[in-house]
Design a protein around this ligand. Structure first.
Ligand code: SF4
Length: 334
């Protein structure tokens, strides 16, 4: 079952009286966005549903206000620890699980720990769309397994991870990470950043499995990209335009560093960093993007090696003859 915080939408409408809104969210919940748009239209509020996916709270699409003259953007499904940024209103969206489901998931975790003889403290983390289930599960497990209180990053919810921020899971005494949600993307990030064995707990399928092997595959691919980029003589440094991904300082730093090795660098700017756009720069040997660290890991089709910022730092180490290991070790990747 899914739940959208309609009460918050109504409160915003009552207090701020928008005439036009833009509705933004990830591709996976397009129908939820359409439903919201239909409801708002029936209340006399002009609604534009974004056809561009929003990948996170870093991807707000504020430029759509300039084009449409809208008063507000409803960003659905990327709840964080703050409710508004400028004209953007974050609207919570949850996958709901009843008590019976939560009990089953708690039993699943407890049995998994026993059957696999996992000895040591565990940490439990999630993403925003499972937060209600997460809080219930956390309570259920307390006192029944050796579970550690998660940390809270300043703008995130306690225990929440993003695709590039695993701060909540950086609790030294934790030995095993459990991630509630179906997203392999986040669980692999958790494994790579913490280097602790991470298990995905899929609440829909009611299964648990380790993501260690999958994470190792990502790591090998990352090393291969770095090694290939090491012979590049001309590197394109791509700056992303999305609001939370603009990193001019990092791009300038990388340009300066690579020029010290006699490498020509070219600043490139674009919104969506996709193979169709990057592959046009045929005369460049490699690319570094300073926008989202997950793009090289999760988007296929780039013809030349494309590195993320942590991978670019690893490449600088390689050039300085410093041994390179996991570029993704660490709580925060930006
Ligand atoms: S992983 Fe990428 S899309 Fe997700 S929050 Fe980080 S920068 Fe944004």
């Amino acid at each position: 079952m899914i739940w959208l915080d309609w009460q918050r939408v109504e409160k915003i409408i009552k207090e701020e009286k928008p005439k036009t809104v833009i509705i933004v969210g990830p591709d996976g919940i397009i129908d939820v966005l359409l439903d919201l748009g239909e409801k708002l239209e029936s209340m006399g509020i002009k609604s534009y549903i974004s056809g561009d996916p929003s990948y996170g709270s870093c991807d707000l699409q504020i430029n759509k206000i300039n084009v449409t003259g809208a008063d507000l953007i409803f960003n659905v499904g990327h709840t964080i620890g703050i409710e508004n940024i400028g004209n953007v209103r974050f609207i919570d969206f949850q996958y709901m699980f009843n008590d019976e489901d939560i009990n089953k998931i708690a039993d699943l975790i407890m049995n998994y720990i026993t059957d696999n003889k996992l000895i040591g403290k565990i940490g439990l983390y999630t993403i925003s769309n499972y937060y209600f289930a997460y809080l219930k599960l956390l309570e259920k497990l307390k006192g029944r397994v050796d579970i550690v209180e998660p940390r809270k990053y300043e703008t995130l919810l306690q225990g929440q991870v993003l695709g590039c921020n695993f701060y909540s899971a950086f609790v030294p005494e934790v030995k095993f990470n459990f991630f509630l949600g179906e997203s392999l993307f986040h669980a692999i990030g958790l494994q790579l950043s913490s280097e602790k064995e991470t298990f995905i707990v899929d609440p829909h399928m009611k299964i648990i499995y380790s993501v260690r092997n999958e994470a190792n595959k990502y790591l090998r691919a990352s090393f291969a990209r770095i090694a290939m980029a090491n012979s590049a003589e001309k590197i394109g440094i791509i700056i992303g335009e999305k609001e939370g991904q603009v990193n001019l300082q990092k791009a300038n730093f990388l340009s300066r560093e690579f020029r010290k090795f006699g490498i020509k660098t070219f600043n490139i700017i674009m919104n969506e960093i996709i193979p169709e756009k990057v592959n046009k720069f045929q005369n460049l040997d490699a690319f570094i993007e300073t926008a989202c660290p997950r793009i090289p890991m999760n988007v296929e089709g780039f013809k030349k090696p494309l590195l993320s910022y942590p991978e670019a730092l690893a490449l600088i180490k390689l050039k300085k003859k410093i041994p390179v290991d996991n570029p993704y070790r660490g709580a925060i990747w930006f």
